[in-house]
Write a protein that binds this ligand. Structure first.
Ligand SMILES: [Zn+2]
Length: 483
């Protein structure tokens, strides 16, 4: 690394709040969020005024919500001044930042849809392009890519958030993080994570090898303490390595499963194999990815609420739902400057869980494990909407299953279910177990009892040498007359 680069890096590091939280505290994420609120109180008169206090004292949930509302108003004023999209939308709605006094007032602020962003990304850009350090593109459901703009401070903010989340799993700067995303995914989270670790002063190694022996060699050599990666990729390595290696002897502190949902079945298998906690991480590309991480209590994912506000709405009416009720997650970026999004619809279904949490978080809330996109739900037989996670829980529980896919057809008046299962072990025994796991599901059994399903087909497939990204779990080929 050149001297100039080293100086830039050292300077960037001084800006990270995560560097100021001691490694030995019990709950680094909690202390990090609190420190961010304290810094804002110290630096910004607007926040002190909004609180009407000259000393902050303990930061309870109420104070924390005041902080969020203050940041929301400030961000709203900022986008109304700089983003043509928000100028127009809020102007037409006749809403101003000062109208937002309480959490209930947020309902008055119109929602932003991903389609708006895909349609005209430049209308969201708040600064001249010369101030933008990175542009991210993400593929949208509509097919048009969405573009997001980040300043260098935005990027540091993301790095800080990643570092705080990693530390919350127990990772110390002297220990190695093993980054494990397959090279086949279209975007490369490995590089982003690796450079984030560099800036934050954490040790990391990227290993994308599909060869299990190679993965294990690198981990042993580097004395890996935490793994982060694509859920199905880590799971594949686990299933193929557990009979050959003593995985527990590595003494891992945690495994962070990213980018795909983590079913309880897969979590259980991995925790048994490695002897450590397996934690879920969920992020929205539009929010810079590093937005939530599960704590060791494993009943939800803590949100980086210092930088993001999460609301849950009824997807049909758009009305805000009370904590604990399931609905669609809506995100607001409270800190970004490049192209911040306010009340942005994710179409992901989950719920908000208020603090405190058993892990010690008193200010920061959680979301329940996201169930996936609302449109990922399928109706089978009589049933209600079935999310792919239902089959995940049943099928991945069968020892030796790596991956599966369901193709749904309707040759007659009955639904026809054909499962293809990638499996490591005795095929016939595996097939029987998978079939039993599926037919034991209440939702499936009642449809069968009502003669709404053909006999279920399960086709077993040998483990391939190549890693293929997780198959789309459900492919629905039924003709629909209601759309
Ligand atoms: Zn917790």
């Amino acid at each position: 690394m050149s001297l100039k680069k080293r100086i830039i890096m050292a300077y960037a590091r001084t800006k990270l709040t995560s560097r100021k939280v001691s490694e030995d505290v019990e709950n680094p994420l909690h202390d990090w969020v609190q420190l961010k609120v304290r810094n804002t109180f110290k630096r910004e008169e607007g926040f002190r005024k909004a609180l009407g206090r000259d000393s902050l004292g303990d930061i309870d949930r109420k104070t924390f919500e005041e902080y969020q509302l203050y940041k929301f108003r400030k961000q709203m004023a900022y986008v109304m001044e700089n983003s043509p999209f928000y100028q127009k939308m809020y102007g037409e709605a006749g809403i101003r930042p000062e109208d937002i006094r309480t959490m209930a007032d947020l309902d008055k602020v119109p929602l932003t849809d991903p389609d708006d962003l895909a349609e005209e990304p430049f209308l969201f850009l708040c600064l001249s392009q010369s101030k933008i350090s990175r542009t991210f593109s993400t593929s949208g459901t509509s097919g048009k890519p969405k573009r997001l703009f980040y300043t260098s401070d935005d990027l540091l903010n993301i790095v800080d958030s990643i570092a705080a989340a990693l530390r919350s799993t127990g990772l110390k700067s002297s220990e190695t993080l093993h980054i494990m995303f397959p090279a086949v995914v279209a975007w490369d989270p490995s590089l982003m994570l690796e450079s984030a670790c560099k800036v934050a002063g954490l040790k990391s190694i990227v290993c994308s090898d599909v060869n299990v022996d190679e993965q294990m060699r690198v981990m042993q050599e580097q004395q890996t303490k935490v793994i982060i990666g694509l859920t199905s990729f880590i799971y594949r390595v686990t299933v193929l390595a557990r009979d050959k290696f003593d995985l527990r002897s590595l003494g891992l502190k945690a495994i962070i499963c990213s980018s795909e949902p983590l079913s309880e079945a897969v979590r259980h298998e991995m925790e048994e194999a490695w002897g450590c906690k397996c934690l879920s991480q969920y992020g929205l590309t539009e929010m810079g990815l590093a937005t939530t991480i599960e704590c060791h209590v494993q009943t939800g994912l803590h949100i980086n609420e210092a930088d993001f506000m999460v609301e849950v709405i009824d997807p049909d009416t758009g009305k805000t739902l009370p904590p604990g009720e399931e609905g669609e997650l809506v995100w607001t970026s409270l800190s970004f400057q490049g192209s911040p999004l306010l009340r942005y619809r994710s179409y992901d279904i989950s719920k908000f869980i208020v603090p405190p949490c058993e892990c010690g978080h008193v200010t920061v809330g959680k979301i329940g494990k996201p169930k996936g996109r609302r449109n990922a739900a399928t109706k089978i037989g009589l049933g209600e909407h079935i999310f792919p996670t239902l089959f995940d829980e049943a099928i991945m529980k069968v020892h030796g299953v790596l991956n599966y896919q369901l193709v749904l057809t309707k040759p007659s008046f009955r639904d026809h279910l054909h499962f293809t299962v990638e499996y490591n072990g005795d095929m016939e025994k595996g097939r029987e177990e998978v079939l039993r796991a599926i037919t034991d599901l209440e939702e499936i059994r009642s449809s069968m009892d009502n003669d709404l399903l053909d006999p279920i087909e399960v086709e077993m497939k040998e483990v391939s040498l190549e890693f293929t990204p997780k198959m789309k779990p459900i492919i629905d080929q039924r003709k629909r007359f209601d759309e």
